[in-house]
Design a binder for this molecule. Structure first.
Ligand code: ATP
Length: 310
């Protein structure tokens, strides 16, 4: 059995009730919700029955408990997660606008997450797959931890997968950007979104960007197209999936739910086509619930959605 490992920021998120709230006036928030790209992805992979483990840092506070309780309930091995008395758990506040855009305020500086840079992570026995989210690579401490674990995983004959999550802040940071390209060049699975392609290869067409990314040598490239669905490219094969018609309540986490589902299916021996079909449905379900991982799903609810469509 392959263990899927994710490493990086764990945080709680508070979501504004009011659309268009600029996060500077009096507002009501719901939360704390468990969040952080590595956490959302690994939670979904565990719900899909994969063997999973996460490495990150949390304060020894109730916000930290929100994460460990949630991940453990989904079946994620959290035994390597650090709990630090003298640090806090990362926090984010998010507000949505009518056009689907979001605005965030992050409190991530000097949180417990940074401590993983100085703490060794013991790799689990057996086959390994490390999933890296570009969202983690803007932080120098997380880069140190991820770089070290990635080289250990590769030395053990394991695989890497990468969701570029290429935000403007990350692209401006040369060290983060360089590391993102290094990770992509070592990845067996790549999960860009259409906006990642625009950030990474400005001025190039979608096909040109896909060709460029494929030249890094991944076995499978999955292009996430939001409400438009997804495209899976595996060798000479291409599988297109239209977006499911769903009511979008909160788009955060759809990409991570997509990756978690795809990796769980692939490591459990399913074909890229089948993994893509389930991941496309998991991404659609993810947007139907408020909270970054509240829309995560198991194979039963995914199959229900797929049945409705056929
Ligand atoms: P994020 O960074 O917000 O987690 P992303 O940009 O990485 O997301 P998206 O393309 O938004 O990823 O979503 C991932 C997948 O989820 C899509 O490829 C699609 O399969 C599904 N999905 C996302 N939004 C919708 C939607 N509104 N309707 C149906 N399916 C959706």
């Amino acid at each position: 059995d392959t263990t899927i490992i994710s490493v990086g920021e764990l945080l709680v998120e508070f979501v504004s009730h009011r659309k268009g709230c600029a996060l500077r006036e009096l507002a009501e928030f719901t939360g704390p919700y468990a969040s952080g790209a590595p956490a959302i992805c690994i939670d979904q992979a565990a719900r899909m029955g994969a063997r999973t483990k996460i490495f990150g840092g949390l304060g020894a506070d109730n916000f930290g408990n929100v994460l460990t309780d949630r991940l453990q309930a989904s079946g994620v091995d959290t035994s390597a997660v650090l709990r630090l008395e003298d640090k806090t758990t990362g926090v984010a506040f998010v507000s949505y606008f009518d056009d689907g855009t979001r605005t965030f305020i992050f409190h991530l500086n000097d949180t417990a997450a940074d401590a993983i840079a100085e703490t060794p992570f013991v790799l689990p026995e057996g086959a390994l797959l490390l999933h890296v989210s570009g969202a983690s690579l803007g932080n120098a401490n997380l880069r140190v931890a991820i770089e070290s674990i990635a080289s250990q995983v590769l030395a053990r004959g394991g695989k890497i997968s990468c969701d570029p999550n290429a935000r403007a802040e990350l692209m401006r940071d040369q060290a983060g950007r360089d590391m993102l390209f290094r990770m992509m060049e070592h990845s067996s699975y790549l999960f860009p979104s259409t906006s990642d392609l625009e950030f990474l290869f400005p001025g190039k067409s979608e096909e040109q960007s896909i060709d460029q990314m494929r030249s890094y040598g991944a076995d499978i490239l999955a292009l996430k197209r939001g409400s438009q669905g997804a495209l899976i490219i595996s060798g000479e094969d291409r599988f297109e999936f239209c977006g499911h018609k769903v009511q979008e309540v909160d788009p955060t986490g759809a990409g991570d739910a997509f990756c978690g589902t795809f990796l769980a299916m692939i490591t459990q021996g399913h074909s890229p086509e089948s993994a893509g079909r389930y991941a496309n449905a998991a991404g659609a379900l993810a947007v139907t619930r408020r909270g970054p991982m509240e829309g995560n799903s198991d194979s039963e609810s995914i199959e229900q959605l797929l049945k409705l469509k056929s």
